[in-house]
Design a protein around this ligand. Structure first.
Ligand code: GLC
Ligand code: CA
Length: 559
């Protein structure tokens, strides 16, 4: 943290050199395809729907730089798309192969990149590889999954699992296959068997699939639970520890994060790097910023979960930001994630964590964090209109782990953050003319694109201002970051710096006004607000004093 004194300009050669790389400069917008826009009235979002909304996202609209699509592949839908039965095709539910190619070319025409979600740790149990693998201990696919003999029999004479590993989705991680008289491993659902990445055939097939999408013009990939691909080859039981759930009662020493994963990742990245301008982001499964930073390399980013796990507290955010700056250092680029398809909507979650009623106010202030901190922002669809979690009655639950939740297996129903995008205030929300696959939130209250577009005080208007400001100023995109002590424990402030360019960002986490002290921008210079959560952002009253409104975020530059 720097004290409230003069700010000296400084250059950062590493960052300067990397200016203009889209995956570092840009904002990546995550679409959950099922819930974005439905064009054929079957209640499920589709690729033509995304194509129809590209102008909303592209330079003529929000001005994001890339779209990450949650899985679009054929899937029995048990983990709503994350159980893939053919990684090389498009699920007809979403459209045709031609629709996908058209999406890529229409996106590219608007300067938007397409990032796919690669689910390579496991397949669906309906994948042809698994159907062959489970049918016999012989044959070309016999060793493509993680098969093990039982460790013995229990008192009833039933086969006992090979070790103590548990599934993240509840219950044991092993399922019995009578045809082979063996168990197979599933880190997630029993219908999501884990692949055996140590079999060279698996790697070759997966890499071939990846090459196929690169050839079709895909610009990058998000790698689902990538640090789980390799398990300890001998599969010893995990050590036990004290915890609240079956999952947390184990140290996950042997079922992920193996030393030879680094080599596998290097081979994968070499493949992606053999195409120009491509990028990947790995989803770290259950790990902290140290691990994320260690796995981050040039143009290959890693999600860590500290920001998404933080409550609405200035001190908590400041501590996380300072820690990640130290951990990533100047040469590794962090990601910024406040929500995704697995976690509560940020407006709901953050407002509830601090007992604040003004959820839209929190949504706007959070936007200042997402778009003002250092790193590549990932913006989950609907966050830009301040969408909130939608309560789902028990008999409408889709998310499979939520259906088996219980005292030893607490689970947050992920359906709540996966509801249809609200385009208008009409029934169907402009999302569908049919019956939506999952219920739509209350859109009449004005929380939709059409109504918010007409209101400069809306969450959407704030996002548009902040995105435009970020686009116009390299310092906000790629500048270094240093926190500033502004003299109020409910305010977080930081300086972004790129060569001689400076920007100062301040966010008031409290709901009442706060007077803060800014560092001096240098001799004969004044801080001037240029964007913020409010259409008319607060500026300094005298050189270094600024009164922020409740939940206000402002961006200032020297003039
Ligand atoms: C990742 C996905 C999640 C999915 C799981 C298993 O965590 O984000 O949605 O259920 O992997 O594929
Ligand atoms: Ca549809």
């Amino acid at each position: 943290m720097i004290e409230s004194n003069a700010v000296e300009p400084r250059t950062s050669p590493t960052i300067e050199r990397r200016r203009g790389e889209w995956w570092r400069d840009g904002v990546i917008y995550q679409i959950y395809p099922r819930s974005f826009a439905d064009t054929n009235g079957d209640g499920v979002g589709d690729l033509p729907g995304i194509i129809a909304r590209l102008d909303y996202l592209g330079p003529a609209g929000l001005g994001v730089d890339a779209i990450w699509l949650s899985p679009i592949y054929p899937s029995p839908g048990l983990d709503v798309g994350y159980d893939v039965s053919d990684h090389e095709r498009v699920d007809p539910l979403f459209g045709t192969e031609e629709d996908f190619d058209r999406l890529v070319s229409e996106a590219h025409q608007r300067g938007l990149r397409i990032v796919l979600d690669l689910v390579m740790n496991h397949t669906s149990d309906r994948h042809r590889w698994f159907e062959a693998s489970r049918s016999s201990r012989d044959g070309p696919y016999a060793d493509w999954y993680l098969w093990r003999d039982p460790s013995g029999v229990d008192r009833q004479g039933r086969p006992r699992p090979p070790n103590n590993w548990v599934s993240f989705f509840g219950g044991p991680a092993w399922a019995w296959e009578p045809r082979r008289e063996q168990f197979y491993l599933h880190t997630f659902l029993a219908e999501q068997p884990d692949l055996n990445w140590r079999n060279p055939g698996v790697e070759a097939a997966q890499f071939g699939m990846v090459r196929g999408w690169l050839e079709r013009g895909v610009d990058g990939f998000r790698l689902d639970v990538f640090n789980v691909f390799l398990k300890h080859p001998d599969m010893p039981s995990n050590p036990r520890r004290v915890g609240q759930t079956a999952w947390t009662r184990q140290v996950h020493r042997h079922d992920r994060d193996q030393p030879d994963f680094a080599d596998l990742l290097t081979r994968f990245r070499a493949l992606v790097d053999s195409y120009p301008d491509r990028f990947t982001v790995g989803e770290l499964f259950d790990g902290g910023p140290d691990r994320a930073a260690a796995l981050t390399t040039d143009r290959h980013l890693v999600f860590d979960w500290e920001l998404i796990g933080a409550p609405w507290s200035a001190r908590a955010f400041e501590a996380i930001v300072e820690r990640r700056e130290r951990t990533f250092g100047p040469d590794r680029w962090p990601t910024l994630v406040l929500s995704n398809h697995d976690q509560p909507r940020q407006a709901s979650r953050l407002a509830a964590s601090a007992g604040i009623d003004d959820v839209d106010g929190v949504a706007k202030a959070a936007a200042t964090l997402l778009l003002g901190l250092r790193g590549t922002p990932f913006l989950y669809y609907g966050e830009e209109i301040g969408m909130i979690d939608v309560a789902i009655p028990a008999d409408e639950i889709v998310d499979p782990p939520a259906r088996r939740a219980g005292p030893d297996f607490p689970w947050w129903n992920r359906d709540q953050c996966r509801t249809p995008m609200a385009w208008t205030g009409e029934p169907g929300a402009g999302f569908t003319t049919g019956r939506p696959w999952i219920r739509i939130g209350d859109v009449r209250a004005g929380r939709n694109v059409a109504d918010e577009s007409a209101d400069p005080g809306s969450v959407l208007a704030a996002y548009r201002r902040l995105l435009a400001a970020r686009r116009a100023r390299p310092v906000l995109r790629v500048g270094t970051l240093e926190t500033v002590d502004a003299g109020d424990s409910d305010v977080v402030a930081w300086i972004r710096r790129l060569g001689n360019d400076l920007a100062l960002v301040a966010v008031n986490f409290a709901t009442d006004d706060r007077r803060v002290t800014l560092p001096s921008p240098g001799a004969d210079r004044q801080w001037r607000p240029f964007a913020g959560t409010d259409p008319s952002p607060s500026g300094p009253t005298d050189g270094t004093h600024l009164t922020l409104r409740g939940l206000e975020g402002v961006l200032l530059e020297p003039s």
